[in-house]
Design a protein around this ligand. Structure first.
Ligand code: ATR
Length: 269
């Protein structure tokens, strides 16, 4: 029996257990996915304990993604992002740390027919999600513009991301950036609590693909505006799905049953 799990605090509302359990069931794997809520001061002990108990893999979520970086052998992308969301215990040596949020965003876009290599991409947000998406897009060959309410954070992140430029979130700045952009990603929390959007509807157009990392609700105001403008829309459940798909494939070495995982996720959203 393989045991997988999620480290976070709180983790009660996580959709990862049903999503991964659906994958095990679909492939007939003897495995379970469980949640753990260690205290922040216990995170290193938790990872050592997981290794000692023979746990196969762990996902990591708020508030531990940055702390875990120092407890594992993080790969290059996770190190640059500064956050680990997947720990793999299957190797011979120390547990390895990865960030599948970045690839999750890329796969969500590609799944909707979007070419990322050579694309002009605007990432709104420069927090944890914005970092992962910006590095992922740049690694995949996109030119990245980062816009953030706190413009200095966008510029600081842009200094780290190859070829990127940082901006504020003013309406005319966004309109200029989006006029000749191919991809827009909302990596802020705007749209989660209130029916609001970080991007004025007038800046959207039909040559854009718009990915919203927000998945509660699935139909954000940004995505409704994008659909009305004739843009391709990709909701946040796709990004959540593909970060899980990537983690599953990393741990098991098998192709993930994407449809079963997607159905389990969307059943609960
Ligand atoms: P996450 O890990 O989900 O990215 P985070 O690191 O707290 O969370 O980052 C939240 C992001 O949403 C930031 O880019 C934040 O902008 P600031 O850096 O200026 O704080 C952005 N954000 C949150 N509320 C916002 C709002 N009302 N308008 C615009 N941006 C907002």
């Amino acid at each position: 029996m393989d045991v997988f799990g999620l480290l976070g605090n709180p983790v009660g509302h996580s959709l990862s257990p049903p999503m991964h359990d659906a994958a095990y069931e679909e492939l007939g794997l003897e495995a379970r996915y469980v949640t753990f809520e260690p205290e922040p001061s216990e995170i290193e002990d938790a990872i050592d304990g997981a290794e000692a108990l023979g746990i196969t893999g762990l996902n990591v979520t708020i508030p531990f993604k940055q702390d875990v970086l120092d407890c594992v052998e993080a790969d290059d992308l996770a190190t640059r992002i500064g956050a680990v969301n997947t720990i793999d215990f299957t190797g011979e040596g120390a547990p390895t740390g990865h960030n599948t949020d970045a690839v999750g965003a890329l796969r969500a876009l590609r799944d909707h027919g979007v070419t990322v290599d050579g694309a002009r991409a605007v990432v709104v947000g420069a927090g944890g999600a914005g970092r992962a998406v910006a590095f992922g897009l740049a690694d995949a060959g996109a030119t990245v513009e980062i816009a953030n309410r706190t413009a200095s954070k966008a510029r600081d992140l842009a200094d780290e991301v190859p070829g990127a430029t940082g901006h504020g979130l003013e309406a005319d700045t966004l309109a200029d950036l989006l006029a000749d952009a191919d991809v827009l990603v909302n990596a802020t929390s705007v749209g989660m609590e209130e029916d609001e959007t970080p991007v004025p509807a007038a800046a959207l157009h039909s040559d854009l693909a718009v990915l919203d990392a927000v998945y509660r609700p699935l139909e954000t105001r940004l995505l409704r505006d994008a659909a009305a403008a004739g843009a391709t829309t990709v909701d946040g459940a796709w990004m959540l799905l593909y970060q899980g798909v990537e983690a599953f494939e990393l741990w098991t070495g098998r192709e993930a049953p994407v449809d079963a995982m997607n159905a389990a996720l969307r059943d609960r959203l």
